[in-house]
Design a protein around this ligand. Structure first.
Ligand code: AMP
Ligand code: GLY
Length: 439
C-alpha cells in the first residue's frame, strides 16, 4: 500500500525524516506541517521526492488544525517530530480518528515531560540512573543538597526546551539553581518541581529505539555535542553537531544497554498502562565504574542525532515506523552503512541566546543543497525561510551539514569542506565535531 504521510515539525530532524521517508517506494505523498524550505525543495527537482511534497502552514501544536489537515489531505500515517506536540496529546487525537501515528500517547510522553515521572519509573524498574530526590519545597531541596557527599545536578521537572538543567560545581551553585527554579519560577511552571540528582561522570552517548508498546529495536548510536563552543566550552545548546556511530559502544555494550536499560523501561511503561509506541531516546552516561546509566529519556527523535543516524540507515524507514506505530515491530534490526556520518550544525549569531534572523544565506543552490554534491553530503535545513528567490536565516540552529565517509577523518573533511562554501553574517559552528571519536 502507498501512504500519504503527515510529518509534523519544522527542524533539521524533520528535514532528515522527510528526506529518508521520501526515498521509500511506499511513500505516495508527504505533507509537512509546517515544514521548512529544505523539505519543500525535496519536492522539486529530480530526486525521489519530486512532486510528492506539500507544505501546510499549520503549527505543530495546533491539534484541531492538524486533524483537519489530515482529513483534507487523506493522510493515513502521521509522524511527529517535536515533544511539545506529543505532550499535548497529538497522538491520542489521531488515535481517536483511527489514523496511524508514530509517536507516544500523552501518558507515555510523560517519560520526557516529567523528569520526576521518569526517575520514579526507573527506580521502580531497577534501571541504572543517578540517585535523586524530587522536591517542590525549597527548604527540603536545600536540606537534600546539604546531605549529598558530592556534586549534584538540578533539573526543572517539566519541559524546558533542553534548558532546565544546571550541572552545579558546588552545593552553593546547586542551591541557587533550586532557588531560582522553585522560588523565582525562572522556568515558569516547568520548575514548580525539581529533581536533584547525583552528578555522574563519563562520556555521553545517545541511543534511540523504535518501540511498539512491547518490543523495541535499537537504532545506530550517536554522540551529540551540546556545548556551543569547541572543547565543550560555553553554555549548552540543543546540540551543535553529532556523529554516528559512537566508537564507545561495541556489540557487548549495546546488548547490555538493551538488557539493563531499554527492556525494563519499555516493560515498566507497559505495566503502568502507558505502553510506549514511537521513538524512545535515552541520553546515556557511560560511567567507568557503574557502566551505562540513564541521564534522561526523550520521547522523540534526537536533533541533531537524527541528521547523523538516518543517512546511515540502509533499510526503508517507512515500514519500520509503521510497524512500531501499529504494535507490530518485526524481529531483527535495520542495517547501517559501515562508515561514519558527521553532522555539523551551523548556527545564527547569538545562538544559544537571543539570535538575529533574516540574514541572507550564501552558497546553496535553489534546491537548498550545495551544488554538485551527491547523497554523501546533505544540507538539512532547521531555521531557514524563503523570501522570493532568497534563502534567509530564521532561527538559532539554521543548517545541519551531514557528510558520510569511510572513516571519521574523511567524513569530517567532507563536512567541513562543504561548510567552507556556505556563509551568512554571524554564522558560527564548532570545528571539533566528531574529534572526540578519535580517543
Ligand atoms: P538534559 O537536558 O537532561 O539532557 O541534560 C543536559 C545535560 O546535562 C546532559 O547532556 C548532561 O551533560 C548533563 N547532565 C544531566 N544530568 C546529569 C548527571 N546526573 N550527571 C552529570 N551530567 C548530567
Ligand atoms: N540533541 C539533544 C536532543 O535532541 O534532545
Amino acid at each position: 500500500m502507498q501512504h500519504r504521510i503527515l510529518l509534523v515539525g519544522s527542524g533539521g530532524r524533520e528535514h532528515a525524516l522527510a528526506w529518508k521517508l521520501l526515498q521509500s517506494p511506499l511513500c505516495d505523498h508527504l505533507v509537512a506541517a509546517p515544514g521548512n524550505p529544505g523539505i519543500e525543495a525535496l519536492g522539486r527537482g529530480k530526486g525521489p521526492g519530486a512532486g510528492k511534497v506539500t507544505l501546510a502552514p499549520v503549527g505543530a501544536e495546533a491539534v484541531a488544525d492538524l486533524l483537519a489537515l489530515a482529513e483534507r489531505e487523506r493522510i493515513d500515517f502521521v509522524v511527529c517530530g517535536p515533544e511539545a506536540a506529543l505532550a499535548k496529546g497529538l497522538g491520542d487525537a489521531f488515535a481517536k480518528q483511527g489514523i496511524a501515528f508514530f509517536g507516544p500517547s500523552q501518558a507515555a510522553a510523560e517519560i520526557e515531560g516529567s523528569k520526576k515521572f521518569a526517575k520514579d519509573l526507573m527506580k521502580r524498574a531497577g534501571v541504572p540512573t543517578a540517585a535523586y530526590g524530587s522536591f517542590n519545597d525549597f527548604a527540603a531541596a536545600e536540606a537534600f543538597i546539604d546531605g549529598q557527599p558530592g556534586d549534584v545536578v538540578v533539573k526543572a521537572d517539566g519541559l524546558c526546551a533542553g534548558k532546565g538543567v544546571v550541572v552545579a560545581n558546588s552545593h552553593k551553585e546547586a542551591k541557587a539553581a533550586a532557588r531560582a527554579m522553585l522560588l523565582d519560577r525562572s522556568f515558569g511552571e516547568a520548575g514548580a518541581a525539581v529533581v536533584i540528582e547525583e552528578r555522574l561522570f563519563g562520556r555521553e552517548c545517545s541511543m534511540m529505539a523504535l518501540c511498539d508498546g512491547e518490543r523495541f529495536v535499537l537504532l545506530a548510536t550517536a554522540e551529540d555535542h551540546k556545548a556551543v563552543f569547541d572543547g565543550d566550552h560555553g553554555p549548552n545548546t540543543g546540540g551543535m553537531g553529532a556523529y554516528s556511530p559512537s566508537p564507545l559502544v561495541d556489540a557487548a555494550l549495546t546488548e547490555r544497554i538493551a538488557r539493563t536499560i531499554f527492556a525494563p523501561t519499555v516493560a515498566a511503561m507497559a505495566t503502568m498502562g502507558r505502553p510506549f509506541r514511537g521513538l524512545l531516546y535515552g541520553g546515556l552516561m557511560l560511567t567507568p565504574e557503574r557502566g551505562p546509566m540513564v541521564i534522561e529519556w526523550n520521547c522523540r527523535f534526537g536533533d541533531p542525532e537524527t541528521q547523523a543516524v538516518l543517512p546511515r540507515m540502509q533499510d526503508d524507514l517507512l515500514p519500520w515506523l509503521l510497524a512500531a506505530a501499529q504494535g507490530k515491530l518485526p524481529a531483527g534490526s535495520p542495517t547501517w552503512s559501515p562508515g561514519i556520518a558527521v553532522c555539523v550544525v551551523l548556527a545564527a549569531a547569538g545562538y544559544p541566546g537571543k539570535v538575529r534572523s533574516g540574514d541572507p544565506i550564501d552558497g546553496l543552490a535553489e534546491d537548498g543543497q550545495l551544488p554538485g554534491e551527491g547523497t554523501d553530503l546533505v544540507v538539512f535545513h532547521a531555521g531557514t525561510k524563503r523570501e522570493g528567490q532568497r534563502l534567509l536565516t530564521s532561527g538559532g540552529r539554521v543548517l545541519g551539514v551531514t557528510a558520510q565517509g569511510a572513516d571519521l577523518d574523511m567524513a569530517r573533511a567532507r563536512a567541513y569542506a562543504g561548510i567552507d562554501r556556505i556563509g551568512w553574517r554571524g554564522m558560527h559552528f564548532r570545528k571539533d565535531i566528531g574529534l572526540r571519536g578519535r580517543t
